[in-house]
Structure formats: C-alpha cells, structure tokens
Design a binder for this molecule. Structure first.
Ligand code: ATP
Length: 513
C-alpha cells in the first residue's frame, strides 16, 4: 500500500463496490456530505446500533431507551444554547467564491509552521551526533522564530474565539497572509458566525408558519423527557436514558467521507446522578465505554483518550475517545460531565420543574448528568477502515478481506452449492432454511467456488458453508473460516449450534458484563 491516502481511497471505493455506502442521489451527481447505506452497509450499521443499544439498555437495569422526534419545540434550542452558540466562523474568498471555516484556516497555518519546525529538527538530527532536540528547539534562530509565531497565533486565536471577536479572526488571517488554496489570493470577506442548525418551516400557510430546526443532536430529546421517563418508569437515581437517531448539522467543511456528514446518526446516553457524585460516574463511564470499544477486538493502540483542557461552559469534565482513522487520530466518541446545565436551563425556559425527589436524602434537586455520545456513522467508518485488509497469499495471489468482528458482519454465512446441478442447490436451500430464522444468510450459485469465497471475503462474511456431493451422501458440509481460510467438515445437524456460538452478539455481551 502506497500510503494512508491511497488506502482511504480504496476503502471508499470498496464500500461502494460491495454495497456498503453510496453517495446520496448519485444519479444526480450526489449531494455533498450526505451518503446512503446499501444492502450490506445497512446491516452492518444496524448491528453496530444494536450492539450499542443492547449493551446500554438490555444489559443495564437502570438504563431505558426512548425514541424522540427529530422536530422539537423551537425553544428547546434556545434553552440548550444552540440558537446562540452553535456556530462556526465563516469566511469567503471573493475570487474563488469558496467558503472556509476561519478557525480551520488559522489552525492549518499554525500546523504548517509546526511542520517547518519538524523538518528543521529532522534535518539537524541527521547532521549531529548526540542530538539534543530540546536544546536545538530553544537555540536555533529559525525554530525559535517559528515557535514564537505559533504561540502568538494560538493566543490571539483563543482570545478571539472566546470573545466571539470576528474582526480579530479576520485580522489574524490577514496578518498571517493566508491565501485561498484555489485562487491563490488574499481577497477575503469579513468573518461571520454561521449557525450549524438546519431550519425549516412548519405549517402550510406562510403567515402561520414558524421556523423549527432539524435536531443537531439527540440529547435534547432525552432532557425534555427526563420527568416523563422518570415518573412513568419509576426510575431511581442514578439512572440513564438512551437514544439513537438522526441528527443534522450544516457542516461547512464536510469531508473525509462519512466522518463528517450533514445528516448522521448519533447514539447518546444521558446518565442522571446525584450532584457531587458526577466525578465517580464520569470515570466509570469512561472505562465502560472504552471496554465496549475494545470488544470489537481491534488493537488497543487504535484508541486513546483525549481529555479536554478547555471545557465547554456547562461541563466540569470532558474527554473524547479518539480512534486512529486512516487520516490519523480523531474524535469517535465524547464523554461529558454536563452538570445540571441542560435540565436547569429547560426549567428556566419552560417554567416547569425538572427535579427529582431523592428519598434517601429527603430532598429535591436537579440531577447532574454524565453523557456518552457517539456517532454511528463514525463508528461504522472506524470498523470498516480497520477491517479492510489487502492480503498477499502464499500462492502469490491476493485478496481483499473485511476482517469484521463476526457478530457485526452484515451476512453471517453464505451457503454455496459447489455446482449448480445434481440436487446441490436444493440441498443448499435446506441449509439456508435451517439457519435463516436466527441469522442473515446468503447464497450464491454463479462463478467458481474460489471466486465466490473471495466475494464473501470482501463483504466480510465470516463463514462459507459449501454443499457438495458428499453432502448428499452423509449430510455433512464444509465450513470455511474467512480469516484463516481453513475448512472443516461438520454434520448439518450441528450447524445451528456452531454458527450461533461463533457469530451471536450475546457471547460478546456476556464477556462485557
Ligand atoms: P467534531 O469536533 O468532530 O465536530 P463534536 O465535538 O461537534 O464533533 P459532538 O457534538 O460531541 O461532536 O457529537 C458527538 C459525536 O457525534 C461525535 O463524537 C461524533 O462521533 C458524532 N458527530 C458529530 N458531528 C458529526 C458529523 N458532522 N458527522 C458524523 N458524525 C458526527
């Protein structure tokens, strides 16, 4: 593999070629940052969602799941802060007419200076024996100059963002002499804040209609239902409410395939706790969520925690679980200790009490919240990109295999009649009927058996069950395992038990408990 960029391109075309992900409305040339899941993608995505749901809701007696609507009362988004503060700073280049995120342009400029320093360091490291990097960084004129500039940019940038000072953001871009990568000019508009929420009209007559938003996160559907669930479910604190569903953000810089989309799906859980205990719960959820990720069976080095140093105004602790995507370590999931910010604000804006009576303390309070929030599409990309493997085989040939965790694979087994005659297809049908009530099973009759194995490898099907002439004699089939390509001969009667033991989600859930 030439490099990570090529690898990523191959993954994207593989996802399309094998029915995982298609560009949205492709016959019209697609819609930027929107994607459709194909026949295999929909299954894989559903399995990831189910794994999350079952590990949260089914495995925890004190967590229940809801399904709130995408549309919510517009005041929800006032209370949550999204109307006023869910913004990205935008800037346009007047010549290319291209739009950029001002913060990204500035961060990229700082990153370029970092690269220059790195190059100087690498050059010097080659030249000098017993190279002392720290000493070099503090004494080399050029490096010191670059570092000074980076520090200055970072300070100015941070202050401008904190003060919402868009004029200063523009001035930083001017001072850094940043040019548009397309036109090469510095002909910039002013920087202005751009709200990421999609608005739409409710009501058929223009005068009667009012603007409502497509939810930018699923969490608020949980907060506004806090009391409904607590009372009807007789929930006792600590307890959690989980939800999966679509969220919409008008992302300006939408790139990296399904990493950053305008329509995506979130899986969020809000855990309501007694004030003062949030630190403990935050640590517990950090550990629990990392365990969940590790159950995929990928290398531990693919994950890391990134603690937020600069906290959002409502959080008293926050971190991301970062994953090593083909384009580097990036946020996959957020774990946030949100204090009572959301419930207290909904109390304020709605005028309704959103409190819990704690019988042990004999006291009412607004609970504190620890949130776990993960993007389903991002998780899909993490799994797909790690599972994608281009293999060289001993006989000199190659194959592409998706080493998907078996319990997540879209198709659990393919039943393949060796030949398309002699009663083998009919026998294969019997095998399918034996398994299809528990698992998604496929069958294929076209092409040589070798080609059919390769196709299933590329989809990530963990087992191929081959029906041959011996099957007709002694009721046995071969099972070929995707990763090792090893085959074993087993009786058809034992198939349900064998397949179940190897692909069922319940075994993974048991290990997690
Ligand atoms: P980022 O910094 O990448 O924009 P964020 O910090 O805004 O993400 P949150 O608001 O914390 O993200 O959302 C929780 C999770 O939802 C993220 O960890 C990510 O997995 C997912 N997510 C957020 N925005 C998008 C998007 N545009 N496309 C796909 N997934 C997303």
């Amino acid at each position: 593999m030439a490099n990570q960029e090529d690898l990523f391109k191959n993954i994207i075309s593989h996802a399309k070629e094998y029915g995982f992900i298609f560009p949205s409305s492709e016959i019209y040339d697609g819609l930027s940052a929107v994607y459709d899941y194909g026949q295999n993608g929909a299954e894989l995505k559903k399995n990831i969602r189910e794994f999350w749901w079952r590990s949260m809701v089914q495995m925890n007696e004190n967590i229940v799941g809801i399904d709130a609507a995408i549309f919510m009362h517009p005041t929800t988004w006032k209370a949550s802060g999204h109307v006023d503060a869910f913004n990205d700073p935008l800037i346009d280049n007047k010549d290319s007419k291209k739009r950029y995120r001002a913060d990204v342009l500035i961060e990229d400029a700082a990153a370029k200076l970092e690269d220059k320093i790195k190059k100087e360091v690498e050059k010097a490291a080659k030249r000098f024996e017993n190279f002392d990097e720290a000493m070099f960084r503090s004494t080399n004129g050029r490096v010191v100059e670059y570092q000074k500039k980076i520090d200055e940019i970072n300070t100015r940038f941070k202050t401008a963002m904190e003060n919402n000072d868009m004029a200063e953001m523009k001035q930083i871009i001017v001072d850094l002499e940043i040019v548009c990568p397309i036109s090469g000019t510095r002909n910039w508009t002013d920087v202005r804040q751009f709200n990421l929420m999609f608005g739409t009209q409710v009501g058929s007559v223009a005068e009667d209609s009012s603007t409502i938003y497509l939810r930018p996160e699923t969490a608020q559907g949980i907060f506004v239902n806090f009391l409904n669930v607590q009372k009807t479910g007789r929930m006792k604190i600590p307890f959690g409410i989980a939800q999966t569903g679509k969220a919409f953000r008008n992302e300006i810089v939408a790139r990296q395939f399904i990493f950053r989309m305008r329509e995506f799906e979130q899986m969020e859980m809000q855990f309501f706790v007694r004030p003062g205990t949030q630190k403990e719960w935050y640590e517990q959820w950090k550990a629990a969520r990392m365990n969940w990720h590790r159950a995929m069976g990928f290398d531990a080095s693919k994950y890391r925690f990134h603690d937020h140093v600069k906290l959002a105004h409502y959080a008293d602790a926050a971190c991301d679980i970062e994953f090593e995507f083909p384009f580097g370590f990036k946020e996959l999931e957020g774990i946030h200790s949100r204090t009572d910010f959301d419930l207290a604000n909904h109390e304020k804006f709605s005028g309704k009490k959103l409190q819990y009576f704690d019988p042990e303390l004999n006291q009412n309070y607004v609970p504190y919240v620890v949130e776990t929030s993960i993007g389903l599409d991002r998780m899909f990309l993490a799994i797909m990109s790690t599972a994608y493997t281009e293999e060289k085989l001993d006989d000199g040939s190659g194959r592409v295999v998706l080493n998907l965790p078996a319990f997540l694979a879209p198709i659990k087994a393919a039943v393949l009649p060796l030949l398309n005659k002699d009663g083998l297809p009919e026998k294969a049908k019997e095998v399918i009927d034996l398994l299809k009530y528990d698992h998604i099973i496929t069958s294929e009759e076209k092409d040589t058996i070798g080609k059919r194995y390769r196709r299933q490898d590329a989809i990530g099907t963990p087992y191929c069950i081959t029906v041959d002439h011996q099957t007709l004699e002694d009721n046995t089939v071969t099972i070929r395992e995707r990763d090792t390509m090893k085959q074993e001969r087993v009786s058809i009667d034992r198939l349900p038990e064998i397949i179940d033991a190897r692909v069922s989600m319940k075994h993974v859930l048991k290990k997690l408990a």
